[in-house]
Design a protein around this ligand. Structure first.
Ligand code: AMP
Length: 277
C-alpha cells in the first residue's frame, strides 16, 4: 500500500492514475466508522485514497489537539487489511509551510457554520472547509466520502462544493455504532469506564425523540431530554431539531427533520444526530 507523505508525492501519484478516485479524509485512530466509509468508497470508485491528518486549523486553543489520539502504525495496518490502495499522511509543515495562522482560509456561510457546533467551536468549520479544499486540490478525486455522524460538517462541505463549483460527487456514509448505540468516534477511547457506560444515553435520547408523533411540538420533549442527560452527568452543548438541508430550527416533529446533539462527559465531547424517518 503506497504511503504518500507530502503534496508533491500525492500530485505525482495522481498524475499516474487512470480511472475514478474516491477520497476519504480522516484524522486517524481509525474505527469501524472510518472502515465503513472505506468500503463505500471502494464500491463506488476504482481507486481509493484515505488521508490521515489531525488538522490543527480546526481545533480551538482550548481544545484537544494535543491529546487527540494518534495511532498511525495500527491505522496503516487496518487500512492494508481492508484493501485500501493508497494513504496520504502529510505533516503540518507539508500542509502549512508558513504555519497554520498564515494560511489562506475558506470561510463557510455563517448560516450553516455559526450554529450548533459552530457556537462552541468558533472557527472550527473554517478549519474543516480549508483542509478539505486543500485535500481536494491535491488529490483531484471524483468522489468525496464523508460520514453522517458529523452531519453539520457534511452539510457545510456540500455547500462549499456547490458554492465553489467543485466537480466532486459527495457521498455520505451512515453512522456506525457500537452494540449499545454509541456512535463510533476516535474520541470514545478517551472515555473512562464509567463515562463509557453513560455515553450511549445520548443516542438513546435521540432515538426516543425520533419516535414522537408527527406534528407534536418539540420544545418540551427536547428540554426534558436535555435535563435527563444533565442529571446523568452530561454537560449538554445543544440538543435540537433542525431541517436536514438548511439546518434551521424546526418546531414540530416532521419526517426528514433531524435531531442533532453535542454533549460532554468530562473533557470528551460527543456528537450525534438522527433523522426522523
Ligand atoms: P474523523 O477522523 O473523526 O475526522 O472522521 C473522518 C470521517 O469519518 C468523517 O467524514 C466522519 O464523519 C466519519 N466518521 C466518523 N465517525 C463515524 C461513524 N461512527 N460512522 C460513520 N462515519 C464516521
Amino acid at each position: 500500500m503506497p504511503i504518500l507523505r507530502n503534496p508533491d508525492s500525492l500530485r505525482n501519484w495522481r498524475q499516474q492514475q487512470r480511472g475514478s478516485l474516491a477520497l476519504v479524509p480522516t484524522m486517524g485512530h481509525l474505527h469501524a466508522g472510518h472502515l465503513a466509509l472505506l468500503r463505500l468508497a471502494q464500491a463506488r470508485a476504482e481507486q481509493v485514497l484515505v488521508s490521515i491528518y489531525v488538522n490543527p486549523l480546526q481545533f480551538g486553543p482550548e481544545e484537544d489537539f494535543a491529546s487527540y489520539p494518534r495511532t498511525l502504525e495500527s491505522d496503516l495496518q487496518q487500512l492494508a487489511e481492508h484493501g485500501c490502495t493508497t494513504v496520504f499522511v502529510p505533516s503540518d509543515d507539508d500542509l502549512y509551510p508558513r504555519g497554520a495562522a498564515e494560511q489562506t482560509q475558506v470561510v463557510p456561510p455563517e448560516r450553516l457554520s455559526s450554529i450548533l457546533c459552530g457556537t462552541q467551536r468558533p472557527g472550527h468549520f473554517t478549519g474543516v472547509a480549508t483542509i478539505v479544499l486543500k485535500l481536494l486540490h491535491l488529490a483531484q478525486p471524483d468522489i468525496l466520502v464523508l460520514g453522517e455522524k458529523d452531519y453539520q460538517q457534511y452539510r457545510i462541505v456540500g455547500q462549499m462544493l456547490d458554492d465553489l463549483n467543485l466537480p466532486v460527487q459527495l457521498l455520505c456514509g451512515p453512522t456506525q455504532r457500537d452494540g449499545d448505540g454509541l456512535a463510533r468516534s476516535s474520541r470514545n477511547s478517551r472515555l473512562t469506564s464509567e463515562q463509557r457506560i453513560l455515553a450511549p444515553r445520548l443516542a438513546t435520547e435521540l432515538r426516543q425523540l425520533c419516535q414522537l408523533p408527527v406534528g407534536s411540538l418539540v420544545q418540551a420533549p427536547a428540554r426534558d431530554a436535555r435535563e435527563r442527560l444533565q442529571a446523568a452527568g452530561f454537560a449538554v452543548d445543544y440538543l435540537e431539531l433542525r431541517n436536514s438541508e438548511s439546518l434551521e430550527p424546526v418546531s414540530e416533529i416532521r419526517p426528514g427533520a433531524r435531531w442533532l446533539a453535542a454533549a460532554r462527559l468530562g473533557d470528551v465531547r460527543l456528537i450525534d444526530n438522527m433523522v426522523i424517518p
